[in-house]
Design a protein around this ligand. Structure first.
Ligand SMILES: [Zn+2]
Ligand SMILES: [Zn+2]
Length: 260
C-alpha cells in the first residue's frame, strides 16, 4: 500500500517519505540525521527502508541533514545537475556520496519518479511526481513563486498533491521580516501564498485530485487555520470529506501518514 509520510514541513525543515514500510524514497533531508531518524521511527519506518534521496533544491531547509545521511546510508542521491554541483561545492554531501543527475524518470523501490522544474530563487529547483506500481500518482511541490504551466501539467492527474501554502499575504506584509526578504518571498521565484495555493487546489480537485496536503507553511507568516480557510474559500460548492480530503502538514510528524 502506497503511503506518503510528511515527516517535516515548514520553512525550518522539510522531508517526505513515500513508499511502503519495507521500501521507499525520501524527498529532501532538511533536518539533522538524528531528528530524521527519530521521525521515521515515530512512523514505524526503519532508515534502511530509504532506497534513495531526491533533492528539490539546495536551500538549507531541504538539505541540512544530507551530509550525515549520505555518510550513514549508502543510497543514491538524485537532483538536478546544478543542484548537485552546488551541494558538492558547499560540502553539503559526503565526498563518497553516489550522486545521480535527474534527467529522466527514475524507477526505484517500486516507484517511478519524475522531476519537474519549479520557479524558485536558487540555481535550479524542482518538484517530484511519483507514480506507484499500481498506477496511483502523488506529487510533492513546494518552494515556488508561482504556478507555471510546467508545474500545472506535472500536478494534473495526481491522486494526492502536497502543495506549498507558505504565507498569508497580510501576515507577511505586516510582519517583522525586512523589506528585501518580504519582496523575495512575494516574488515570482519566492514562495506560494495561501491564496495562490487555494486557486491551484480548486483546479486540481476539478481535474480529479482527491487528496491535498498543504505544506511548507511559514511559522512566521502563516497559521494552519489561515491556510485551511483560504482553501475553503476557494472551494465553495465543493464538500470536504466527500469531494476531497484535506490535511495541513505538521511542522514535525507525530507518526501520521496519508494513504492514497
Ligand atoms: Zn524551503
Ligand atoms: Zn527554498
Amino acid at each position: 500500500m502506497a503511503r506518503l509520510y510528511s515527516l517535516f514541513s515548514s520553512s525550518k525543515g522539510n522531508a517526505t517519505y513515500i513508499g511502503t514500510l519495507q521500501s521507499g524514497v525520501l524527498i529532501d533531508a532538511g533536518v539533522s540525521y538524528r531528528r530524521l531518524a527519530q521521525a521515521m521511527e515515530r512512523c514505524g519506518l526503519a532508515m534502511s527502508a530509504i532506497q534513495g534521496v531526491f533533492i528539490t533544491h539546495d536551500h538549507s531547509d531541504h538539505v541540512r541533514g544530507l551530509k550525515v545521511l549520505s555518510e550513514q546510508l549508502r543510497v543514491p542521491i538524485y537532483g538536478q545537475g546544478k543542484t548537485l554541483r552546488n551541494l558538492i561545492d558547499h560540502d553539503a554531501v559526503s565526498a563518497s556520496a553516489i550522486l545521480q543527475e535527474m534527467n529522466q524518470t527514475i524507477t526505484l523501490a517500486d516507484l517511478a519518479l519524475t522531476a519537474f522544474v519549479t520557479p524558485h530563487d536558487t540555481v535550479q529547483s524542482c518538484g517530484y511526481r511519483v507514480q506507484m506500481s499500481d498506477g496511483r500518482i502523488c506529487a510533492v511541490c513546494t518552494d515556488l513563486g508561482h504556478v507555471t504551466k510546467t508545474v500545472e501539467e506535472a500536478l494534473t492527474g495526481c491522486d494526492l498533491v502536497l502543495l506549498e501554502a507558505n504565507y498569508d499575504e497580510q501576515m507577511l506584509r505586516a510582519g517583522r521580516y525586512p523589506p528585501y526578504v518580504k519582496k523575495r518571498i512575494l516574488s515570482n521565484v519566492g514562495h506560494l501564498s495561501n491564496t495562490d495555493c487555494a486557486q491551484q487546489v480548486r483546479k486540481l480537485i476539478e481535474s480529479g485530485t482527491t487528496r491535498l496536503i498543504l505544506g511548507h507553511l511559514s511559522q512566521e507568516n502563516n497559521r494552519p487555520a489561515l491556510a485551511e480557510a483560504a482553501v475553503a474559500n476557494a472551494l465553495s460548492g465543493l464538500c470536504r470529506g466527500r469531494d476531497y480530503l484535506l490535511e495541513v502538514a505538521k511542522v514535525e510528524t507525530s507518526g501520521e501518514m496519508t494513504v492514497f
